[in-house]
Design a protein around this ligand. Structure first.
Ligand SMILES: NC(=O)c1ccc[n+]([C@@H]2O[C@H](COP(=O)([O-])OP(=O)(O)OC[C@H]3O[C@@H](n4cnc5c(N)ncnc54)[C@H](OP(=O)(O)O)[C@@H]3O)[C@@H](O)[C@H]2O)c1
Length: 330
């Protein structure tokens, strides 16, 4: 005989599983299995998390993927892992450190030389560091701003002519809804000036939020500046996903227990996080009419509040970034 308590426990477990399945169904899934043979995709941060799963799914559809990774050994391990499940597609590892303008220039030159076209550039790589000491890139920029925004800004600009030659082409930049807590202070982009709220901001990683807002403003401004060419600029929030992003965030055992329910209901696998990136990169239903939009859960994201920035700030951020990375204004 099955006791009442056993029935109650089993019903509760079933309820939890169904609730999780319901949430997963709301996140959306890129179902299209159409072949991407002949198309070239470039993914930054392709060795880990959302980037690696994006590569896996593109390869499954027979695409050619340039995997831009900081470490070649991590790139080769990622390829080994992908090849355990997917044999299709062409995977080409290449070294790129987004924290160094020299590395970005060398990488871009070799891509321009070796590949006749790039159909889709996926600016995915990102850092999230909670550190008391200011961390900077090789060129002296605050790490989040330097890698997440400036690195991708320079890369996209250097590859822009190639993207134009490959029309129709796309630039997909991975942002985050944490951008809603972001601030763009044009006088203090590099976070050199300490402000009274700096300590509290450090706890919530204000610098990461700012860089993700910069990712969205970059996408919007790119869309504004590319109306005469068939290059589509899109931004994505992949959702809270189980990846290596928070590897430098210290956690104690009780935090694991406290956050377990949140993780169960809200955290996606890296593959689930990659679905909206894939939709923006490969769906035939996405086109120029979507340029400048932010996507989440496999659809256009409609914010409840206006995003915290004006189009004048967006345009100035572009001009200042151009100077910071040492490009000439067009
Ligand atoms: N996970 C989430 O919950 C979440 C939520 C919203 C948005 N996002 C965004 O999703 C994107 C992908 O992150 P993820 O969650 O997949 O994290 P991840 O597993 O840590 O992947 C980040 C990737 O970026 C690479 N990277 C970091 N610094 C780099 C540099 N200087 N040069 C080149 N590559 C560099 C990493 O390379 P190494 O392995 O060599 O460090 C890694 O391949 C990021 O833009 C992140 O902001 C993530």
């Amino acid at each position: 005989m099955v006791s009442c308590s056993t029935v109650a426990i089993l019903s509760a477990l079933l309820g939890l599983i169904l609730l999780r399945k319901y949430r997963e169904s709301r996140w959306g899934y890129f179902k299209c299995k159409k072949s991407l043979q002949g198309k070239v995709f470039l993914v930054t941060g392709a060795n880990s998390g959302i980037g690696k799963e994006t590569v896996r799914e593109l390869a499954r559809r027979d695409a050619c993927v340039i995997m831009a990774c900081r470490s070649m050994s991590s790139a080769l391990s990622a390829i080994e892992d992908i090849r355990r499940t997917v044999q299709e597609g062409t995977l080409i590892p290449k070294q790129l450190d987004l924290a160094s303008f020299d590395s970005i220039r060398a990488f871009s030159n070799s891509v321009i030389r070796d590949f006749p076209k790039i159909n889709v550039l996926i600016n995915n790589a990102g850092v999230y560091v909670c550190s008391k000491e200011a961390r900077v890139t090789t060129d002296g920029y605050e790490l989040h701003f330097g890698v997440n925004h400036l690195g991708h800004f320079l890369l996209t600009n250097l590859l822009f002519d190639k993207l134009c030659e490959s029309q129709p082409s796309r630039v997909v930049t991975v942002s985050s809804l944490l951008l809603q807590s972001g601030k763009i202070d044009l006088e203090n982009l590099n976070c050199e000036r300490e402000t009274p709220e700096s300590l509290a901001e450090m706890r919530s990683n204000q610098k990461y939020c700012n860089s993700k807002l910069a990712n969205l403003l970059f996408t919007r401004e790119l869309a504004k500046r590319t109306t005469t060419v068939d290059v589509t600029a899109l931004s994505v929030c992949p959702g809270f996903s189980y990846t290596n992003l928070f590897r430098e965030t210290p956690r104690s055992w009780y935090q694991y227990i406290l956050f377990a329910p949140i993780v169960y209901f809200y955290m996606r696998s890296a593959n689930q996080g990659a679905q909206t990136v894939l939709l923006c990169a490969a769906s035939d239903e996405i086109g120029k009419q979507h340029s400048g939009q932010l996507f989440r859960d496999c659809k256009v994201y409609k914010p409840k509040l206006r995003f915290p920035c004006s189009s004048a700030t967006q345009s100035k951020l572009w001009d200042i970034s151009t100077e910071m990375v040492g490009l000439r204004m067009k």
